[in-house]
Design a protein around this ligand. Structure first.
Ligand code: SAM
Length: 283
């Protein structure tokens, strides 16, 4: 069965009485180059164990299974399980795990089912959970890389440089944990049904060591404070978040001691400058 052929996919889903769910972000790929190029971009070999989130009808799963040692695909929609049993019947290195990726214990799942493999994530992510799921995957410390298709707007935020409109707390979180690359765009016409936005594939190559030495909690407390009110100066943003511990004059001095002008906005700062701020504010 050709999972890139819209007729085959519609026929398959019809036979199983499947109904698309918008709230589960179900936009299935129907262009064969896309799952192939995503799997290729993940840079897999037989030493790799892949966690896929949301296999849908299994088009990306098949590409992953051909390249990796083993694939574990987490699918929340139980009505897709009989579909996947059919489309993945020829692959003995794929395990479909029913469940919600946001609730599953990924460390236990990997230890049980992917022991001995180098762990990677590769997925066409459900758009409604893009940010929390990427955060969970990065914070888990389990994976060597994440190669994921997401909304282009979020892909640009992940890879954004300081001082640009797309730059924010999520850029800093992703760039703290990983080297982030925007690889290629995928037009809406490649999906069934077509989403309203353009998609893009990003690769997050997880760093072996953090790029700055500072406790992550302290770092992200300053980052969150700086971006909580984007239009405020850094000084005013810090005064809102750290006002109990520091007077405004003390905060002004902290900013000046970091070599920054007192009128600077948070969006101008890179990871190293946020790390220095975090140390000075008592990391
Ligand atoms: N991989 C398929 C493809 O590329 O055609 C489907 C991708 S579709 C964008 C997202 C998939 O994630 C759907 O199969 C959906 O049911 C599943 N999904 C949605 N929320 C999920 C969650 N919280 N945990 C696991 N799977 C989820």
């Amino acid at each position: 069965m050709d999972l890139a052929n819209i007729r085959d996919v519609k026929d398959l889903l019809g036979r199983h009485g499947f109904r698309f769910s918008k709230s589960l972000g179900q936009n299935f790929l129907i262009a064969d180059w896309v799952p192939r190029d995503i799997a290729e971009a993940a840079g897999l070999d037989k030493s790799c164990g892949v966690v896929e989130i949301g296999p849908g009808v299994g088009c990306l799963t098949r590409e992953l299974a051909q390249r990796a040692g083993k694939v574990v695909s987490i699918e929340l929609d139980k009505s897709l399980l009989p579909v996947l049993a059919e489309t993945l019947a020829d692959f003995d290195n794929v395990e479909v795990v029913p469940g919600d990726v946001m609730k599953l214990d990924l460390a236990a799942l990997s230890a049980d089912r992917l022991n001995g493999f180098t762990l990677h994530v590769c997925a066409n992510l459900p758009y409604n959970i893009t940010t929390p799921v990427i955060t969970k995957l990065l914070e888990s410390g389990l994976f060597a890389s994440l190669t994921v298709m997401i909304q282009k707007e979020v892909a640009r935020r992940i890879c954004a440089a300081p001082g640009t409109a797309d730059y924010g707390a999520f850029s800093l979180l992703c760039q703290y944990y990983a080297d982030c690359d925007l690889l290629f765009d995928v037009p809406a016409g490649c999906f069934l049904p077509a989403p309203k936005v353009t998609s893009a594939v990003v690769r997050l190559a997880v760093r072996e060591a953090p790029p700055v030495e500072v406790p992550p909690d302290a770092l992200f407390r300053v980052v969150r404070a700086a971006f909580a009110q984007r239009r405020k100066t850094l000084l005013n943003a810090l005064a809102s978040a750290y006002g109990k511990a520091f007077s405004k004059d003390e905060l002004r001095q902290v900013i000046l001691d970091c070599g920054l002008p007192e009128t600077v906005r948070g969006e101008a700062l890179g990871l190293e400058q946020f790390a220095e701020l975090a140390w000075r504010l008592g990391a």
